[in-house]
Design a binder for this molecule. Sequence first.
Ligand code: GLN
Length: 273
Amino acid sequence: MDVKSLLKHAFNDLKSVSDAPVLESELLLSTVLGVKRGKLYLMENSLVDDYLVRKFFVCIEKRKKGYPFFYIFGKREFMNLEFIVKEGVLIPRSETETIVEESLKIANGKKMKVFDIGTGSGCIILSFLYYNKLSEGTGIDISKAAVKLASSNAKKLNLIDRVSFLNIDFSLYNPSKEFDIIFSNPPYVKRNKIKDVKCEPYRALNGGKDGFKFYPFLFKKSISMLSRGGYLFVEIDDDMGERAAQIMKDEGFKDIRIIKDLSNLDRVVCGVK
Ligand code: GLN
C-alpha cells in the first residue's frame, strides 16, 4: 500500500472517534515510518513495507476503539517541551500550563526550592525547572509508574541534577527543608463525571463525590512546608474556585487569587504563606 492510501484508510477509521483525524493519522504514520510529518507529502506514492503497514494498522485499530491518541503516539508537547507519556500515568493537559506560567512569573528568574505533589509525568516541575535555570526541586507521587516516567522525562530534558522524584504518599512525606513554591495538580474530577477510566489512571482523576477530596489536607500540609512568603499553586476544576479559595483562607493563606486558563475558565488557586 502507498502512503496516500494508508492515510485515506486511517482518516476513514478515525473520523468517528477523533476531533483531528487527519493530524492523528499523519502523526502516527510518520512515527511508524520514522520520517518528519511534513515529508509524508513528498512520499504520497511511495510503497510502504508490509510489516510497517501492519504496525500502522495496529495503532489505528487501538485508536478506533477509543484508546487515547497520546498513549499510542508516546509523547506530548507541554510548555513547548516534549514529554514521554505512558499508560498508567495521566497525559499532560494544556490547561495545566497555567500553573507553570504563573509560578515562573512569581519566581522571575530567581532561585527557588520547589515541590510538586502528585507529579505524574513530571510536566509541571520539569518545565518550571527547564525555564528557571537556577531552581531545584522535588516531585512526589504515590504511583511508582509515575515516578519512573517523571525520572525518564528529567533525563530527556537534562534536568537530573536539579530534581529528585520520590515514590511516596504525600500524607507520609516528611520534609527536611522548607520550599519557596509548591505546586500540585491533584485528582479533582467529580467521581460521577470521570470518563475514560479504562485508559487513564482513575486514582489520578478521582476527587471524590464533589471533587474536593484532597484539597483541605493538601492546603494544610503545604502551608507547613512553605517558607514565609512562599507560594502554593493548585489546579482546580472551573467550578471550584470560590470554595477552594475559602478553604485556603481558612488554612491561613493570604493574597489568594483565582487564575484563569487560556479558555478563560478558573483553573488555578494561588496563595501566599
Ligand atoms: N483536567 C483533568 C481532566 O479533566 C483532570 C486532572 C485532575 O484531576 N487533576 O481530565
